[in-house]
Ligand binder design. Structure first.
Ligand SMILES: N[C@@H](CCC(=O)N[C@@H](CS)C(=O)NCC(=O)O)C(=O)O
Length: 204
């Protein structure tokens, strides 16, 4: 398997899950601005939508969309315990968190990563991110360690990556102490550190 990624982007969630699973895989960095991979391949031929993550399977098949990639990896490696069983309420809960992260929180950050956004658009985006963060903050109010309770799942990897974008976008995590504690907890996981190290996101 090979993961096409961009350092610190949403593809980091898939990278974390590949590390958590502990199987062999390769990674290839993508310059999404130039639409070219590290080895010089035209990225448009890999994903015509132009974004990461993309997972290349051993038979050459390509899988895109983070939430699909994350769940596929979890389902192919059930022993890793990264997603509840299909058909269970817990599984629907996992999808609820993945969808909210993807379509609400991740999307809300968009203007903050777009070079031509106006200051007004950026300010609106910060407020919108805040509303979405409030929702996740409330989930952790019962003292749970992870989105589904005590067990780390693929939804945690995704939320960790997206919530962490609050730092480089100058939103910060001070308003959301539960999310800040969650991010710190996830960042301490060995495999999470491995993935971040491999993407050049850690100093040591
Ligand atoms: N709907 C896609 C969105 C993926 C996405 O937004 N990827 C971003 C990085 S987080 C990307 O590659 N954007 C292209 C760019 O940065 O130029 C998914 O959920 O996987």
């Amino acid at each position: 398997m090979k993961l096409y990624y961009k350092p610190g982007a949403c593809s980091l969630a898939s990278h974390i899950i590949l590390k958590e699973i502990g199987r062999d895989f390769e990674i290839e960095r993508v310059d999404t601005d130039k639409q070219v991979t590290e080895s010089g391949v035209d990225f448009a031929k890999i994903n015509a939508r132009g974004y990461v993550p993309v997972l290349r399977l051993d038979d050459g098949d390509l899988l895109t969309e983070g939430a699909a990639v994350l769940q596929y990896l979890a389902d192919q490696n059930p022993e890793a315990g990264l997603a509840p069983e299909h058909g269970s309420l817990e599984r629907a809960r996992l999808q609820e968190h993945l969808n909210y992260t993807s379509s609400e929180l991740h999307k809300a950050f968009g203007p903050l990563f777009t070079a031509d956004s106006s200051d007004e658009e950026k300010q609106k985006a910060r407020l919108k991110v805040g509303e979405k963060m409030d929702y996740f903050e409330s989930i952790f109010e019962d003292g749970r360690n992870y989105l589904l309770g005590d067990t780390f799942s693929v939804a945690d990897a995704y939320l960790f990556v997206v919530a962490s974008w609050a730092i480089p976008t100058a939103i910060g995590l001070d308003k959301w102490p539960n999310i800040a504690a969650f991010c710190a907890r996830v960042a301490e996981r060995e495999r999470v550190r491995d993935a971040m190290q491999a993407e050049g996101l850690l100093n040591s």
